[in-house]
Every structure is written in structure tokens, then in C-alpha cells.
Design a protein around this ligand. Structure first.
Ligand code: ACO
Length: 433
């Protein structure tokens, strides 16, 4: 279905006056009531802090059914896409269709040949303190790309938009690895075009010039899957930030930098770090019952991190794949007996059978196993959200691109319920009491 269809209408009665509001049907998922003309018809706005009942745009990219635990990119279930590689998912998100073998080869080559960043960027990095959080460095360096690549900032030119998109998918991993290397005082490692996307990232993060580093294919494969699982998630906070920033006509590098800034928050990208911390605090399987009791105690404010989700009221489909990746990585790195993994598995088992969690539809989310997996790969916790940003870049850029091409696109400008002072007159400072 290309255009939205009106299936029915809704009637709203305000002060005895009724207005008819069109109702649009999506291809799947709930219908939406179109309130675009509500203000003109009634002089009223709607009030929905946190946008819990508001569809902010039309989109053909990602579909989530939180009750059924379904996540699909362009109609393909995430479990099936995980059989391919991350760049295939990137192509799908960006262009709308899976690539043929020839298209895939061309796309891989294109991304691979944009992985280097302007040499001057390395000087830019040296302006930061060594103890800078890598997410702070990411926000700044991604925003700064606009200062280095002027030839892809004209958003009215489809060719420039595409070049900017490819550049970001290709260069953000390089910047992420540089941010990491900088904080640990090691030299930057240039991208290696003979490696896959994930293997190249591992090489840029963990290789050093003084010895041979061989990328472990099991870890590269697991990281590739992690990237696929995080590639897009419809209109979440950071994606909505990218769309709002882009709605003013800002250049794509600035928009993605805004998305990274939003992702940095602990309620969004930082939850895997909190889940890992929680597992470490519990420490051993015998402490789980005490911890669960604390979680259930309303006065304790303790939550089972990595459980529950605003949208998924069923098992997060990404969590199942993440659990497999965790086992794969921990076995390969010799952490198969890591007490944290045992704690995680036991905690999950107990919570899934506990009335408190069942009643509230609390299931493991993608963050439950991702921290433990990334830690076993050798990443410090400060890099967890950076890895999320590397994966989500393609989602952000695909959503941004869809928005720019939408003929109905307008600058994002929500209204408010004003509760401040009513009009009063200015009093000169010498006359104020
Ligand atoms: N542990 C214990 N109880 C919980 C949890 C949890 N993780 N999550 C929700 N609840 C309880 C609440 O206390 C509440 O109980 P009540 O009805 O008795 O008051 C009920 O479940 C509903 O909770 P809400 O906070 O209203 O649910 P909401 O959908 O707003 O919150 C959220 C979703 C923020 C993710 C929440 O489940 C949470 O805090 N989880 C832990 C943090 C986490 O893992 N975040 C990662 C999300 S995934 C991502 O961003 C990639």
C-alpha cells in the first residue's frame, strides 16, 4: 500500500459541538486518528507527553508489534535478517528492498571505500581530554563531519543525500574506534578494507601497531548480529530527535549528531550498562531470591534492569538472538563459566516464572544480555552506547532520508499546555519590591 487510506472516521464532541476526524489504516498495526485539522476545527490541541498515543509520521521502514514480540525491517522479521550480514540489512533499510548479489557487492565496496576519515579529523580528536567519555567525543566528531564533507550537505540533492548516508554508515565506526583508542592512549588504527564491516571495527578497536592482531571470526559474526539487532527501532527517542532536527533542513551530519546525543541518556542507550552492573552486584546465583524480593518491594525502587519495555509486552525478539550471541561469545572467549552469565540465566528463568513479572508482562529486553556479551568481547562499559550508535546510524539515516522525501513533511513544532503566569506589566528594577 503506497498511500494512507481512510477506513472510517472518529467523532469528537467538545462543548456540544461534534467534529469528524479521519481515521487512517496502516498496512498492519493500529489505525490512527488524524488530528491535523483539530486546532482549526476546535481551537484545541491534544495533550500527550512522551507521545505514548501519538504517531508522529508515516513510515515504511520498521514495524513493531509489542504485544506479539514482533520486529520487522521493511517487512522482514529480524530473526530471518540475522541470517544475512549487517551491510545487507543496511541496504534493505536504506533502499527498501534486499539487494541482489551484484547490488550487495557494489554497496559493500561503496561503504568500504568510505571508511577512512579526513586526516585532519585526528587533530580534532587531540583537542579532547583523554578521560573524555567516548559518547561526548562521538557527538562532537560526528557533528564536525559537516565541516569536512561540504560536498554532501545539500539536502535538496538526492545524490548528496546518498553520499552523506554512505559516508556516515562507513565513517561512524572509524570515529567510534578512534574515540576508544584516544581514551586508552593508543594510536588510531586505520580501517582495513579487506575485512568485513564488523571485523574491521574489531580490528580498529583492538589491533596495535606492535603486534599481529587476528580478528576472531566468531566474535566478528556475533558483533555483526548485534549490529543487525540494533539497526532500527521505528520512532524511538533518538530517531524522533533525528527527524525533528532534520525537519528544519539541518544537514544530515548535524541530525545524526543530535540522535547520538539523545541515545547517550541512560533511559535509552545506557540500559545495558545498568543491566551488567546489576548482574555484578548480585554476583552469585544464591543472592538472586533476595534481589527479586527487593525488586518486588515497592519501597525499594529497585528494578530488574534489562527487563520490561515501553513497547514490548512480550519477549523482545532481539533478546532471544542476543542470548544466543552471548553464549557464542562467552564460550569462544573462555568466559562460558562466568558467574555473571549463570546469574543472568538463572535470573531470567526465575523472573519468567514469577507472578509479579508475568502479571506486568515484563520480559527480557535486548539489553539483558548485550552488556555481558560486549564485556566478554573486550569492550569497556563506556563503549556500549557507542556500539549502539554505530549500529543505529543506518536506521537514523534511513528515517531521515524518508522524511526528507515525504511531500507532507513540515518542520516539527509541537504545541503545549501553558500553565505559566498570565499577562503582567514590566516593572523597572528600581521600582520592584
Ligand atoms: N523491574 C521491576 N518492575 C518493573 C520493571 C522492571 N524492570 N519494569 C516495569 N516494572 C513494573 C513497574 O514498577 C510497574 O509496576 P506497578 O504497575 O505495580 O506500578 C509496571 O511494571 C509498569 O511499569 P512502567 O514503568 O509503567 O512501564 P513502562 O512501559 O513505562 O517502562 C521501562 C518501560 C522504562 C523499560 C521499564 O520496564 C524499566 O525501567 N526497565 C528497566 C530498564 C531497562 O531495561 N531499560 C531498557 C529498555 S530497552 C532499550 O531502551 C533498548
Amino acid at each position: 500500500m503506497d498511500a494512507k487510506t481512510n477506513t472510517k472516521s472518529a467523532t469528537l464532541t467538545v462543548d456540544g459541538k461534534s467534529v469528524e476526524l479521519p481515521v487512517h489504516a496502516g498496512t498492519v498495526g493500529p489505525d490512527v486518528i488524524d488530528i491535523g485539522k483539530l486546532y482549526a476545527q476546535t481551537g484545541m490541541f491534544t495533550f500527550d507527553p512522551g507521545f505514548t498515543s501519538t504517531a508522529s509520521c508515516e513510515s515504511k521502514i520498521t514495524y513493531i508489534d509489542g504485544d506479539a514480540g514482533i520486529l520487522e525491517y521493511r517487512g522482514y522479521p529480524i530473526e530471518q535478517l540475522a541470517q544475512g550480514d549487517f551491510l545487507e540489512t543496511c541496504y534493505l533499510l536504506l533502499y527498501g528492498e534486499l539487494p541482489t548479489a551484484a547490488q550487495k557487492a557494489e554497496f559493500d565496496k561503496n561503504v568500504t571505500h568510505h571508511t577512512m576519515v579526513h586526516e585532519q579529523m585526528s587533530r580534532f580528536f587531540h583537542g579532547f581530554r583523554r578521560d573524555a567519555h567516548p559518547m561526548a567525543v562521538m557527538v562532537a566528531s560526528v557533528g564536525a563531519l559537516a565541516a569536512f564533507y561540504h560536498d554532501s550537505t545539500d539536502i535538496t540533492d538526492p545524490k548528496q543525500r546518498l553520499i552523506a548516508s554512505i559516508r556516515m554508515i562507513a565513517k561512524i565506526p572509524t570515529l567510534a574506534a578512534m574515540a576508544y583508542k584516544y581514551t586508552i592512549g593508543q594510536p588510531f588504527v586505520y580501517p582495513k578494507n579487506s575485512l568485513s564491516f564488523a571485523a574491521n571495527f574489531l580490528n580498529m578497536c583492538f589491533a596495535v601497531p606492535c603486534e599481529e592482531y587476528k580478528v576472531n571470526p566468531v566474535l566478528a559474526d556475533a558483533l555483526d548480529k548485534i549490529f543487525i539487532l540494533h539497526a532500527d527501532h521505528e520512532q524511538n527517542a533518538s530517531t524522533s530527535t533525528v527527524r525533528i532536527a532534520g525537519s528544519s533542513g539541518a544537514n544530515p551530519f548535524a541530525c545524526i549528531a543530535a540522535g547520538i546525543a539523545c541515545l547517550w541518556g541512560p533511559a535509552h542507550g545506557g540500559a545495558n550498562e545498568a543491566a551488567l552492573q546489576m548482574l555484578a552486584e548480585i554476583g552469585t546465583v544464591d543472592k538472586i531470591p533476595d534481589f527479586i524480593a527487593k525488586v518486588k518491594d515497592k519501597n525499594s525502587k529497585v528494578r530488574l534492569m534489562g527487563f520490561g519495555h515501553r513497547v514490548y509486552k512480550n519477549y523482545d525478539p532481539r533478546a532471544k538472538l542476543m542470548q544466543q550471541a552471548a553464549h557464542q561469545v562467552l564460550k569462544e572467549t573462555g568466559h562460558g563459566d562466568d558467574p555473571l552469565l549463570h546469574v543472568a540465566m538463572e535470573l531470567e528463568k526465575i523472573a519468567l516464572h514469577d507472578e509479579y513479572f508475568i502479571e506486568r508482562k515484563l520480559y527480557p529486553n535486548v539489553d539483558f544480555y548485550s552488556g555481558i556479551t560486549l564485556k566478554a568481547m573486550g569492550f569497556p562499559t563506556s563503549m556500549f552506547t557507542v556500539l549502539f550508535a554505530v549500529a543505529r546510524t543506518v536506521g537514523w539515516i534511513s528515517q531521515w532520508s524518508e522524511m526528507i522525501q515525504d511531500p507532507a513533511q513540515k518542520i516539527g513544532r509541537p504545541r503545549q499546555l501553558y500553565l505559566g503566569a498570565t499577562r503582567r506589566d514590566y516593572v523597572p528594577i528600581d521600582k520592584r519590591k
